[in-house]
Write a protein that binds this ligand. Structure first.
Ligand SMILES: [Fe+2]
Length: 171
């Protein structure tokens, strides 16, 4: 007796194409282009005294794009991007980024309108509005941001304080 042979369609040999993460330069280009195109986000802006405003405005399999607004003295706290490479660009105002790179210590940089910064992985950083005026920034990540781990500054950024899933508010 001849056993039945399973029929295999040609499609089962084709595996899904792997996702190609964007480079930091590509993400910076995306963030800068979005920051200079206020038509994409002007109507979405909110400022929130209780919680820093963050809104995902675009997502593909390979990257996502966020609009963030900052009242004076609002800051992210020390965090990573859960394995995603990131980049951000300033659309209005100015932001201060502090960065901790293992083996190289802390770096601090102020970015004004049009300024951008690549955030490789792994890097811990803390972004804050120290300028006394409102700020707006665009942030891109690849792969899309899934988790952010927060670190305790009182423990010299060595101890995990919290792990969050970003994106409670999306459009
Ligand atoms: Fe970040």
């Amino acid at each position: 007796m001849v056993g039945r042979m399973a029929r295999v369609s040609p499609a089962s040999f084709i595996s899904p194409s792997p996702i190609q993460p964007w480079t930091g330069r590509e993400l910076a280009g995306l963030a800068v282009a979005a920051a200079t195109d206020a038509r994409r986000w002007r109507h979405l802006i909110e400022f929130d005294e209780n919680e820093r405003f963050a809104l995902k405005i675009d997502e593909t399999d390979e990257h996502d794009l966020w609009l963030l607004t900052w009242l004076p003295e609002q800051e992210t706290g020390w965090h990573d991007h859960g394995g995603s490479i990131g980049a951000f660009a300033i659309a209005r105002g100015a932001l201060c980024e502090r960065r901790f790179v293992r083996g190289r210590g802390r770096q601090e940089l102020r970015l004004g309108p049009g300024g951008s910064r690549i955030v490789p992985d792994p890097v811990l950083h803390n972004v804050a509005n120290r300028d006394g005026a409102r700020a707006i920034s665009l942030h891109a990540y690849s792969p899309p941001l899934r988790t952010m781990t927060y670190f305790d500054e009182k423990q010299n950024v060595q101890q995990v304080a919290d792990v969050r899933v970003p994106g409670a508010r999306t459009c």
